[in-house]
Design a protein around this ligand. Structure first.
Ligand SMILES: [Zn+2]
Length: 131
């Protein structure tokens, strides 16, 4: 069968299928469909963070206190001193707007954490994820 030269099934020691390798020629044809399928496999929190919105949020910062990049999850206790640089990236930014709102999702328990920035203080709210 000619297809055997283009599709290679990869099996682990127990003979379980663990991957499929495609020839470069076949990949060229299959790539758009595979990338589309991949996007559906990834959970929504893997969507890109609105970093451009966040950049503007910082650019127009006019509150009376410095920006604090620390995030803490009130539900499971996960925390970071700087969500932007933490290699574990425990919090995923989902929303940033010039009105002073930042929304994060806790990577551990999926709780939604809202940081509302007001002129003199920051208020925190959270919503526990319920499957
Ligand atoms: Zn959490």
């Amino acid at each position: 069968m000619a297809g055997e030269q283009h599709i290679f099934y990869l099996r682990d020691a127990q003979d379980n299928l663990c991957g499929v390798q495609l020839s470069a020629a076949l990949w060229e044809h299959a790539r758009p469909a595979v990338e589309k399928a991949l996007a559906r496999l990834l959970p929504p929190e893997e969507a890109a963070e609105p970093l451009e919105d966040f950049r503007q949020f910082l650019e127009y910062w006019d509150f009376k206190y410095p920006y604090d990049p620390a995030v803490k999850c009130p539900h499971c206790g996960a925390e970071t001193s700087d969500w932007r640089t933490d290699p574990a990236h425990p919090f995923h930014l989902t929303t940033a707007n010039l009105g002073g709102l930042l929304v994060f999702r806790c990577a551990h328990c999926r709780t939604t954490i809202r940081q509302k920035h007001f002129r003199d203080h920051r208020a925190l709210e959270h919503t526990v994820y319920e499957g």
